[in-house]
Write a protein that binds this ligand. Structure first.
Ligand code: MG
Length: 169
């Protein structure tokens, strides 16, 4: 048995903010605006795993009206969302993420993002796919106003916990 979820996120660029994607700070003249650190990769993936578990969404779990989430490290929110998912009896099997940005070039940072996501989700790097593309100059992404991220995730059942009675059997 598996479950599948999808996630989407977009954020606007602004000056004076760091650009953080997949937990990695990427050199650029602008960063993304948001209540948290605006890590759109973490946000889209969080929604994908929550969606697969039918466990709500990132806004319901971590409301942006809550001062506790101001400038929050979104990789911590992703980790916490994965724990929520695991409490429902499921765990991440693999995920596939597409980051759409006109600039900067993200391909050189994909290995670092992949490694960081795998670390936080406690899976192998081969279970995490991150892809980067431009929007061919079209629309808000093409004009460099912001970026968008798509994510898909599959969950598999957690192995049943061994209990004292089953370990005696
Ligand atoms: Mg977001």
């Amino acid at each position: 048995m598996i479950r599948v979820g999808t996630g989407y996120d977009s954020h606007r660029f602004a000056e004076g903010r760091p650009l953080i994607l997949g937990g990695i700070t990427i050199p650029h003249d602008r960063g993304l605006t948001g209540h948290s650190d605006a890590d759109a990769v973490a946000h889209a993936l969080t929604d994908a795993i929550l969606g697969a578990a039918a466990a709500g969404d990132i806004g319901r779990l971590f409301p942006d009206t809550d001062p506790a989430h101001k400038d929050a490290d979104s990789m911590r929110l992703l980790e916490e969302a994965h724990r929520v998912v695991q409490a429902t009896g499921w765990t991440l099997f693999q995920c596939d993420i597409t980051v759409i940005a006109q600039a900067p070039k993200l391909a050189p940072h994909v290995p670092d993002m992949t490694a960081r996501l795998a670390e936080v989700l406690q899976v192998q790097q081969g279970q995490v796919s991150v892809k980067a593309k431009t929007n061919e100059g079209m629309g808000f992404i093409g004009r460099g106003e912001g970026i968008a991220v798509l994510a898909a995730a599959t969950l598999v059942p957690l192995p049943p916990r061994s209990t004292p009675s089953s370990s005696l059997a």
